[in-house]
Design a protein around this ligand. Sequence first.
Ligand SMILES: *Cc1c(COP(=O)(O)O)cnc(C)c1O
Length: 354
Amino acid sequence: MKSTFFPGPSKVYPQVGRYMQDAFSQGILSLNHRSKEFMAICENTVRLMHEKLNIPSDYRIFFTSSSTECWEIHAQSLVAKQSHHLYNGAFGKKWFEYAKNLRPASTGVAFSYDSSVLSQLETLPKKAEWLCITQNETSNGTQVRPSDLQKIRKQFPHLLIAADATSSLGGIDVGIAHADFWHASVQKCLGLPAGLGIMICSPKAMEKAKQVNHTGVYNTLLNIAKNMEQFQTAYTPNVLGIYLLMRVLESLPTIAEVEAKLVKRRAAWHRFFAPFAQLKVLTPQESMASDTVICVQAEPSLVKEIIEKGKKEDILIGGGYGDLKPETFRIANFPAISEAEIIRLKRFLKKHVK
Ligand SMILES: *Cc1c(COP(=O)(O)O)cnc(C)c1O
């Protein structure tokens, strides 16, 4: 059996196989997206997301195709002129680039994976409508802790905050109430096949959407929200993806329980790497280390060797991403990964690395 530790697309929950079979035998794959049956699945999925992921009841939840699409919807439907981006890695940088293409007045500041986002707040321009933050930076294994988001919220009560939780939603309680716009994809921490994006909006974000009043393309936030009032989408959606999300959410414990397990595993990974002379967790600081993606630094030749040897033993280790590609590898700490698989990977690393 292959064990995958890729941080996306990542290991799906083992029960997904059974749910897919159910979807086929129950006719979900041919379900009309205007039917009562679909609307009930959609409504139930949204209800379960509120319940299982601790999403406040006054926040609205929408489906898109991907996180990348959410970046564009945010820029077009929620930014009139300027968003400000603070990023320390490749995904945050990409978001800023997408935003700049659509709203050229948008600004961004890059900071080091070794420093806190809190040290960058003075760069915020007066006119910025949004502060955009990558809550979990998949490329380098750092995160903005919910407590830090809360501090930003307190310091700038009138500022709208957008947070990318693509590789953390479903793994930890990201603190939805501390930001106004969240987005994620299901193929990472939610342990599902790719092809579905999730967008979460606060009442303040919905107010802003009315002011911006973006029209003229099919997936404006206002159009998405109007359709979602009836638990529908403007286009024919990924019905299977929504159904699988519903089934997986039903099977999951509360996010607090999932988080407790992942935090323990993350701490164990950090302890595991501490004695290695040739390997180092890129950002080991507790205040910034991601709970869901472990990024490990090593000599480029060793990184290559570890990934290749792993492949031969059916252990798929995530390569580095962006600028850090040659000198890092990444290990997903997602809830779908089993304890037995982690033991297997630890044994493999002990065998091959000093
Ligand atoms: C994977 C990822 C994305 C892009 O997600 P898609 O579903 O491929 O669009 C965006 N942001 C972060 C932080 C990611 O990890």
